[in-house]
Design a protein around this ligand. Structure first.
Ligand SMILES: [Fe+2]
Length: 169
């Protein structure tokens, strides 16, 4: 395996595991009514997911066009919208001092939209690993650039995030 290939796949999957663990802890914190910890975790997810979504949309998802075609990749990108929306809902709710029962339910309904995205995204690895070495060099460069930029998911969405059409162009 080339260095870039190994690095990209390991990093990609490790980031999913870290977000998985934060989501599970966040679910417990919401259920326990620990909004201070919940707010911290939502912020940590926002920080970690920004560069992750950025390199996925910049280089990783376009590399899947060869397997799935443009339409399916556009749909994959559109699925990011749901995770972003869920992150915004969770940020709003957990910034409050206390949650009503209905708000707690709303938070617990939003969170799985991030959780399922993590597992769906990780599953793409089974096709991605069939890509050429140059593709992994490209993704690695994109990963480094996104980490260097260090935008949170919210900042990325509000600033440089391209549309699904631009991503598959
Ligand atoms: Fe991902």
């Amino acid at each position: 395996m080339s260095d870039a290939r190994e690095h990209v796949i390991e990093t990609f999957q490790e980031e999913h595991r870290q977000t998985r663990d934060k989501c599970l802890e966040l679910s417990d914190a919401i259920e326990a009514g620990d909004l201070d910890r919940a707010e911290e975790l939502v912020h940590e997810i926002d920080v970690a997911a920004g560069p992750h979504f950025q390199y996925e949309e910049d280089a990783l998802y376009p590399a899947l066009i060869t397997f799935f075609g443009e339409q399916k990749v556009k749909e994959l990108v559109a699925e990011h919208d749901e995770a972003i929306e869920a992150a915004e809902t969770l940020a709003d709710l957990t910034s409050q001092d206390v949650l009503s029962k209905a708000e707690t339910q709303e938070a617990l309904r939003a969170l799985p939209n991030i959780m399922v995205h993590v597992s769906d995204c990780d599953g793409l690895t089974v096709y991605l690993e069939k890509a050429d070495d140059e593709v992994f060099e490209d993704i690695k460069r994109s990963m480094e650039a996104a980490n260097e930029q260090g935008l949170t998911l919210t900042e990325y969405d509000e600033t440089v995030r391209p549309s699904p059409e631009e991503i598959v162009a």
